[in-house]
Design a protein around this ligand. Structure first.
Ligand SMILES: [Zn+2]
Length: 430
């Protein structure tokens, strides 16, 4: 939905070969579901290539392989078994030490740095600092598939070793190590089958409350904030939406433009510095031996309802991490359909916010009478979200006494609301 087609086209060959990161695979699959042109390209790519006599060829190759194998098998068996067993034991031990005995495929996320060009082989080696693990040398050569969504960091530059900016990557490595010779020094390295660039380090930094400077990394649709040589604390996605909704497309072009312009200027519905401080506090309390899970912040604006002369949008901020703990805040913006100007939320109601919420609570059996005073006291109009069939009131965490999660209530558009709302502002029934 939000990934550019050009990025998807670059990923398709890797996707076809089954060599891309789980994230990329998901991006491609989501995009193919929604984008007809890329789907056509994918179908063209994945159509079988006709061969002259496939059955004959297959049989001949299979027979040849099978008879060669039988001939060599008995002779090689004893000797081969012993060598294989020793090699396997040594390799396993090395792998275990290096990578906590990870099962194949050999896949890692990490930071790539320090390119070294090897003139004798034409390959380039890098240091890969594996997230949650140890540094390892990897070799990139002409056989390596490189995927980069960044114009400034093309795949070929990685193969040339001409990128000195640290890069965040997903890699797939060959299991068998290779030995690199560099000025009579031997290093064990692993050949990279695939390198997928996910983010590059910018020259920006942001200070934490204790003076620590956080590194800023740029991904395709997100910014990463990481401790120096440490984990990503915070992953902030570029704000999304509003999309080209049918209800919006029906309005005159200049009205549409005015509404979309508003959102290009729209301030973030959260404060970056406090999000960063919050993630850092969680990191300081993190005692598990596992890698700290980056805290994710995502903001999305969608059209939520339509009224005779108003379009209602809802902006949602989601906070979560791999550990779950989702927290969601929703706020509302409304626009006049005839001008595209934002609506002062107070003009949607002929009463004060307190009268409105009291009326809603009085007509509802959702809330106990003793809970009502704090809900009335904390209420603000921008806690409202307008849906076609109901009005949602959400109290963000921290706005009610002893509140641990977002608290929300739905109200139908009945007399409790309609008494105070002009007809031009009441959302259409679905
Ligand atoms: Zn596409």
């Amino acid at each position: 939905m939000k990934t550019p087609c050009s990025v998807i086209r670059d990923l398709l060959p890797l996707y076809q070969d089954g060599v891309c990161s789980p994230e990329s695979r998901q991006l491609v699959e989501e995009h193919l579901e929604e984008c007809e042109t890329c789907r056509a390209e994918w179908e063209r790519m994945s159509a079988p290539i006709p061969t002259a006599h496939p059955q004959v060829e297959e049989r001949t190759v299979a027979q040849a392989a099978s008879s060669a194998w039988k001939r060599g098998r008995q002779r090689a068996f004893r000797k081969g078994f012993v060598i294989a067993a020793v090699l396997a034991a040594v390799t396993c031990l090395c792998m275990a030490i290096l990578f906590f005995s990870q099962e194949p495929p050999f896949e890692f996320y990490g930071v790539l740095s320090d390119p070294t060009f090897h003139p004798n082989t034409g390959s380039v080696s890098f240091q890969l600092s594996v997230d949650d693990g140890y540094p390892v040398s990897i070799v990139v050569d002409e056989d390596t598939k490189v995927f980069s969504p960044f114009d400034a960091y093309p795949g070929q530059a990685l193969k040339d070793g001409s990128i000195s900016t640290p890069l965040r990557v997903f890699v797939q490595l060959d299991q068998a190590p290779v030995i690199l010779y560099e000025e009579e020094e031997e290093t064990t390295a692993y050949h990279a089958k695939l390198v997928e660039l996910t983010a590059y380090q910018t020259s920006d930094t942001l200070p934490l409350s204790d003076g620590t400077q956080v590194e800023v990394w740029q991904g395709t649709m997100e910014s990463l904030y990481a401790l120096p040589q440490g984990p990503v604390l915070l992953e902030v996605h570029d704000p999304v939406g509003p999309g080209q909704d049918e209800q919006l497309l029906q309005l005159p072009q200049e009205v549409q433009d005015r509404i979309l312009d508003y959102y290009t200027q729209f301030p973030l519905a959260y404060d970056l510095q406090s999000e960063l401080n919050r993630a850092y506090q969680l990191y300081l309390q993190w005692t598990s031996p596992h890698l700290f899970p980056a805290q994710v912040v995502r903001q999305e604006t969608t059209l939520s309802a339509c009224a005779p002369n108003v379009l209602y949008f809802a902006t949602t901020v989601d906070r979560y991490s791999e550990m779950g703990d989702l927290d969601q805040e929703t706020s509302c913006t409304a626009f006049y359909k005839d001008s595209g100007e934002p609506v002062d939320l107070q003009t949607l109601f002929t009463c004060t916010p307190k009268t409105l919420i009291q009326s809603l609570l009085d007509h509802s059996d959702l809330v106990l009478p003793e809970q009502q005073p704090e809900l009335v006291e904390a209420f603000r109009l921008d806690y409202l979200t307008f849906h076609p069939d109901r009005l949602l009131v959400t109290y963000p965490v921290g706005t009610l006494p002893s509140q641990e999660v977002v608290t929300g209530f739905y109200f139908p558009y009945d007399d409790a609301i309609l008494e105070y709302m002009p007809a031009w502002a009441v959302p259409y029934a679905p």
